[in-house]
Design a protein. Structure first.
Length: 701
């Protein structure tokens, strides 16, 4: 329809426009409705119908190719797409050379800088590429920068995504920022001949969050394939589901694929998520599970990948080695989760109704009632095939176990040892099988105490005899059932760039712009030519169930304008408010800053959300429009005093970052804790802040 919709500084809005029966062929930005949407306006009740959109050299989308906001507009509210629709559209990416720059989407190829989508749909739309191009999605190819939001958006049945490159999803191909997806769904059929393929998301990172989202289409890919997400790092998933479809993984060797997630790398939380009435097939692949193929990237720990209140129901899992009804290879903690019904069939070793291979982690309050078949191989069991350095408690297995291998157990196939590390510890567990021992092979003498193996009475009666906690388990039936507990976001952080940067994966600075000399720390900094790349802490948020709602450059007035949408409507248990630096730089009075922050705090308090107010952090001398820039530190000290006085008067929690971050002069940000601009904390500074704020949040949860 149009090359550009809106320009920098000139909002452009569209309403009630329909494009249909059209053919669009273009280059860099090709879309059925607009090529590049650059505006602070809105696009409402518009649609593209029965149209073909083709690009041979750039981004391409069924509705638009690209949406962002730039220049003087960058701190305003960017474009919103509301109730816009794509139906019976074919999106062709005809570029034939490999490229990391292009994106392809059924609705939009790439969204940038906080663009929002509400109530938008893609129906009966075909998205395809001709080469091994990355970032292909049924709704959006790539969520690229500064927190785009998706709410009540759908990719409806009849849609299909066909690709040959990495990062391919039924809804989104690649999320590399703190995007949020709420009440969204995809029923697209997804077929990819490469890796990182998911029914909803191909690859998710950057402190992205998914809440009440579903995927239901068939999914096939090479490796790192998941019914919901192919690979996840630094992402949070709450009450999300994959249902009724078939997930097919076509590689051999280490497939790392699963019914919900293929590979969960680091900083990932799964809370209340499920796979229901589906099937997972990997004829030659290893590391496969009904929920996740591999949980955590390192067997040494430190992955921060946790799952709680998740389940797999009525699902069949077929693989080669390291296969489990819930997880194929487990390197991190799982609690209050289960596998109900279905089957697990493995051609090789390490096969379990819940976990195939478990190392260096905890399992607590979990169960499996799935049928397990391990063939003529070792380490096959009703719950876990093989375990190392693992603590398992209050768990049971009540499914059938078959196979002719030597290490077969009603509960565990084999307890093994990792070097000189402590042996596994199994307590208060039940293996419901009279023909097999609780553990098939425990020749190394792992600690197994207060456990039961057999079929006397019921599983619940044995659980009662073992004093299982009634606050966690319903023991009134023959089989124990986990009690559900309400789920809320633990905490939402509101602030400016200091909060925003905390959760970004990385930022790159040119050496010529570095204002002070810092010896690069190899644990989080790398140098390439003139650029220094610093990695930050998105895993702190996703692993702890926190959301980062910082927006770079904003002052407290702008935060107050979005506080209802970004905090109150999401109903977290706690909100953490840290703001005021940009206000001081812009000459806003301290009284107005306190008034804005107090209004946010009292909005949260009235909604039953607990409040933590934070000190403004120290910063450099010159980042200010105050009449005397060198007194910035003194102004911050005064503002912090006013904020603390207000917090005390209302009984809100107080977080004192200042005392731990300030330099020896008592005014500036300490050089050990700052980034090059002497304004933003570096990773070491965020380490300090995390050690202060997490105990405060924990005390309120």
């Amino acid at each position: 329809m149009a090359a550009f919709l809106g320009t920098t500084g000139l909002p452009a809005s569209c309403k009630n426009v329909i494009v249909k029966n059209s053919t669009v062929t273009g280059g860099s930005f090709s879309g059925g409705f607009a090529g590049h949407v650059r505006t602070t306006g809105s696009v409402e009740n518009c649609s593209v119908q029965n149209t073909t959109v083709t690009s041979a050299s750039g981004h391409v989308g069924g509705f638009a190719a690209y949406a962002d906001i730039t220049g003087d507009d960058k701190y305003e509210v960017p474009v919103r797409f509301v109730n816009c629709h794509v139906s019976d559209v074919t999106v062709n990416q005809d570029y034939t050379a490999a490229s990391d720059e292009l994106a392809t989407g059924g609705f939009i190829a790439c969204a940038n800088t906080g663009v929002g989508f509400t109530g938008c749909t893609v129906k009966a739309t075909i998205v395809s590429t001709k080469a091994a191009l990355k970032d292909v999605g049924g709704f959006i190819g790539r969520a690229s920068y500064a927190c785009p939001t998706f709410k009540d958006c759908q990719v409806l049945p009849g849609s299909a995504v066909t690709a040959m490159g990495a990062h391919v999803g039924g809804f989104v191909g690649y999320t590399l920022v703190a995007a949020s997806y709420t009440n969204c769904s995809s029923a697209a059929v997804v077929s990819n001949s490469s890796e990182y393929t998911g029914g909803f998301a191909g690859y998710s990172s950057g402190a992205s969050t998914y809440t009440n989202c579903t995927a239901s289409g068939n999914v096939s890919g090479s490796k790192h394939v998941g019914g919901f997400v192919g690979t996840a790092e630094n992402s949070g998933f709450t009450d999300c589901f994959y249902t009724t479809g078939t997930v097919t993984e076509n590689a051999s060797g280490k497939a790392q694929s699963g019914g919900f997630c293929g590979l969960a790398v680091t900083g990932v939380s799964f809370n209340g998520c499920a796979v229901k009435n589906a099937s997972f097939v990997s004829n030659a692949g290893t590391y496969v599970g009904g929920f996740v193929g591999q949980q955590g990237n390192s067997y040494l720990g430190g992955n921060n990948v946790v799952a709680t209140q998740c389940h797999v129901e009525g699902t069949s899992v077929t693989g080669s080695t390291n296969c489990g009804g819930f997880v194929g290879v487990q390197y991190d903690h799982i609690s209050n989760s289960y596998v109900s019904g279905g089957s697990v069939t493995a051609k090789g070793a390490h096969c379990g109704g819940f976990s195939g291979f478990v190392q260096n982690c905890n399992l607590r309050n979990c169960y499996a009632t799935t049928a397990v078949s391990g063939g003529a191989y070792a380490q096959v069991a009703g719950f876990a095939g093989i375990i190392y350095v693992t603590n398992i408690s209050y768990c049971y297995a009540a499914g059938s176990v078959s196979g002719s291998g030597s290490d077969r157990g009603a509960f565990i196939g084999k307890c093994d040892q990792q070097g000189t590390a402590p042996m596994a510890d199994v307590s208060y567990c039940i293996g419901w099988d009279a023909s097999l021992p609780l553990c098939g092979n425990n020749t190394l003498g792992a600690s197994i105490t207060n456990c039961y193996s057999g079929t006397e009475g019921t599983v619940s009666s044995q659980a009662i005899a073992l004093s299982w906690p009634a606050t966690t388990w319903d023991l009134s039936g023959s089989l124990p059932v986990l009690l559900d507990t309400p789920r809320r976001i633990n905490a939402i952080f509101v602030g400016d760039s200091i909060t925003w940067q905390w959760a970004v994966t990385s930022r790159t600075d040119n050496k010529s712009k570095i204002l002070i000399s810092i010896d690069p720390c190899p644990s989080y900094m790398t140098i390439s030519g003139d650029n220094v790349t610093t990695r930050f802490h998105p895993g702190f948020f996703t692993a702890n169930g926190y959301l980062d709602k910082g927006v770079s450059g904003q002052n407290t007035t702008q935060m107050l304008a979005r506080f209802q949408k970004d905090v109150v409507d999401l109903n977290p248990v706690v909100t953490v408010i840290m703001a005021g630096t940009n206000d001081l730089a812009q000459g806003v009075t301290k009284e107005q800053i306190v008034a804005n922050i107090s209004e946010m705090a009292e909005m949260a308090d009235a909604a039953g959300i607990k409040v933590i107010l934070c000190t403004v952090t120290p910063c450099n001398e010159s980042y200010s429009r105050l009449s005397n820039p060198k007194t910035k530190g003194a102004h911050i000290i005064t503002l912090n005093g006013m904020l603390k006085e207000y917090a005390d008067s209302k009984g809100f929690s107080w977080c004192n970052y200042w005392s731990s971050l300030v330099a020896d002069d008592g005014l500036a940000l300490h050089p050990d804790y700052c980034l090059y601009d002497r304004l933003h904390p570096g990773p070491a500074g965020y380490d300090v802040m995390e050690a202060i704020i997490k105990p405060l949040i924990d005390s309120l949860l």
